[in-house]
Design a protein around this ligand. Structure first.
Ligand code: G4P
Length: 534
């Protein structure tokens, strides 16, 4: 369908914006690629290899970042499928794991959680899941790599429920596994879907469909698999949770799909069912109440800022999630936090693997806008309502800390400028020990690569050499306490008290035991795992 014959409301309603979360190697890249394949955005699988360059050593990262394109285009992808306009938000893992990974989830309306059938729920998935849960967005599970020998399907469901604490509802059921993985049983349609490997997943897999009793499956599956399937289905009807749309949309129940992204088995049924269940952009909370995406006031918020590594240009790209109204190129909007009009110059969108200039965009879409250094994470832009502010984006807990200072005290000014700007982009969090001069700061990061990026950028963009000393802390908690008094506060030996930029108290811990101790010792204390931003 072309834009001309769709009105604004239709455009909003055909949008689906979701993030894919997983532990590295579970198959996120492969599944994304297959979505593009089914959407017709790429002709054959294997062409998104450049995204693999996300798995690289630190030194390569610098080079790649300098070339910009790859990491920017891989952050957001837009493609069409069955008249839906789909925005996929990537949540970088491996060394790229950073606070941005969490923040990206603030822009998504739902999440697809990819799990490796041999490994079950892994560490990074757990962390990303927690953020989705905090937001109460729907979470869809794709259990991948069924073409390999993995764990039993029932065991995997149990793992999801035990480790993540979310009930699950299998939408389809695998028929066989490993080299005998033939396809899936679609519980909703009550039909068997057996796939043909075609050419090893490079093109769309053909499916033979039919109901359970259809005789053709006797041959296609062989008697063993058919009987096992019948047995499993009976068990599921007794043991599994029932489909409950309301619970799914509230993020209390996860629909589970089995498949293999590599061979394409189960990819299309998953995509179809997911698009059927998940919602178009829903109202977002602001200081003026819920904002309807279909209202005609253009508005959105910035959830990510990406620096340009070219030292000659300090330009940045700010990623804006559109929440309401229609965006048109060159429009002037209110930058609410700064109380200023800004013109949105050079807006970009990320279609399949390319960056393109955008002329119009709709709620649910993500656009990249040129940032001459005026935007902060969480800022709201609104065309008409100059007081509209979306709920802020929290700061997520860093897990690695270091003390840094400039080697040359004459460079103090550049040092502070660099640290402040890089913190503004949200790549690092900066803390200060009370009564220590400004030439030494404590930096917290979510992924360790950020330390090296920081060192590299301070040197290359600000001309500052730093000394860095890693600290043994692993946990951060924001303090909430009436009449907090540092002198009367009871600490443990291995805990450090620091201040954030607003001079509010923050605690750094080495272990969970100390967290519990400090809560016990200080009456009226509560500790927050994320920092709320208004
Ligand atoms: P990620 O983005 O979540 O990190 O994972 P990615 O898609 O890169 O997949 C990680 C590895 O798992 C890749 O193998 C990929 O081919 C493989 N893989 C993904 N989905 C499936 C699946 O359904 N079945 C099987 N058997 N393997 C799958 P690799 O050896 O690292 O890369 P490559 O050389 O195959 O490209």
């Amino acid at each position: 369908m072309t834009e001309q014959n769709l009105n604004f409301i239709d455009e909003v309603r055909r949008r689906r914006t979701f993030a894919i979360i997983s532990h590295p190697d579970a198959g996120k890249t492969t599944l994304t690629e297959k979505f593009l394949l089914y959407g017709g955005a790429i002709r054959s699988a294997g062409s998104v290899k450049s995204r693999r360059s996300q798995k690289h050593a630190v030194s390569d990262w610098m080079e790649i970042e300098k070339q910009r394109g790859i990491s920017v285009t891989s952050s957001v992808l837009q493609f069409e499928y069955n008249n839906f306009c789909i925005n996929i938000l990537d949540t970088p893992g491996h060394q790229d794991f950073s606070e941005d990974t969490y923040r990206t989830l603030m822009a998504a309306d739902s999440a697809v959680m990819v799990i490796d059938s041999a490994k079950g729920v892994e560490d990074q998935t757990k962390k990303l899941f927690q953020v989705c849960k905090m937001r109460g967005i729907p979470i869809f599970t794709f259990i991948n790599k069924m073409d390999r020998t993995g764990r039993e399907p029932f065991e995997l469901l149990e793992d999801i429920e035990n480790v993540l604490g979310i009930r699950s509802c299998p939408m389809n059921w695998p028929i066989g596994s490993g080299k005998d993985f033939k396809g899936v049983y679609n519980r909703h349609k009550e039909q068997i879907e057996v796939f043909d490997d075609g050419n090893h997943g490079q093109s769309i897999a053909d499916a033979i469909k039919g109901d359970l009793t259809d005789e053709k499956f006797n041959d296609l599956l062989g008697p063993g698999l058919h009987e096992q399937l019948m047995g499993d289905i009976e068990l599921l009807d007794i043991a599994g949770d029932n489909f409950d749309l309301d619970k799914i949309l509230k993020g209390e129940l996860t629909p589970v799909f089995f498949g293999s992204a590599l061979t394409n088995f189960g990819v299309e049924p998953f995509l179809e069912s997911f698009l059927d269940i998940t919602m178009p952009p829903t109202p977002r909370i602001s200081n003026l109440g819920e904002i309807d995406p279909e209202s005609d006031n253009f508005s959105g918020f910035i959830f990510k800022i990406q620096a340009n590594m070219d030292p000659a240009h300090r330009d940045r790209i700010a990623f804006l999630r559109i929440c309401s109204g229609k965006f048109e190129k060159g429009m002037a909007v209110n930058h609410v936090q700064r109380n200023k009009k800004v013109k949105l110059a050079q807006p970009q969108q990320f279609v399949a693997q390319d960056r393109v200039m955008v002329t119009s965009a709709y709620p649910g879409d993500i656009i990249g806008i040129h940032d001459p250094g005026i935007f902060n994470i969480g800022d709201t832009l609104s065309a008409k309502q100059s007081k509209l502010k979306y709920k802020g984006i929290p700061q997520f807990a860093p897990e690695h800390f270091a003390t840094i200072s400039t080697k040359n005290s004459l460079k103090r000014k550049q040092f502070l400028k660099g640290i402040t700007q890089i913190a503004q982009e949200g790549a690092i969090q900066v803390y200060k020990r009370p009564n220590i001069g400004i030439e030494e700061v404590i930096v917290g990061v979510v992924g360790v690569l950020q330390f090296e990026v920081l060192e590299y950028r301070l040197k290359n963009e600000y001309g500052v050499d730093i000394t860095m000393q890693r600290l043994p802390y692993r946990y951060i908690r924001w303090v909430e306490m009436d009449n907090f008094n540092a002198a009367r506060f009871s600490m443990t030996m291995d805990t450090m008290l620091v201040e954030n930029k607003d001079e509010e108290p923050v605690l750094l811990f080495q272990n969970e035991w100390s967290i519990r101790q400090i809560i016990e010792r200080n009456e009226g204390l509560s500790l927050r795992e994320t920092s709320l931003v208004e």
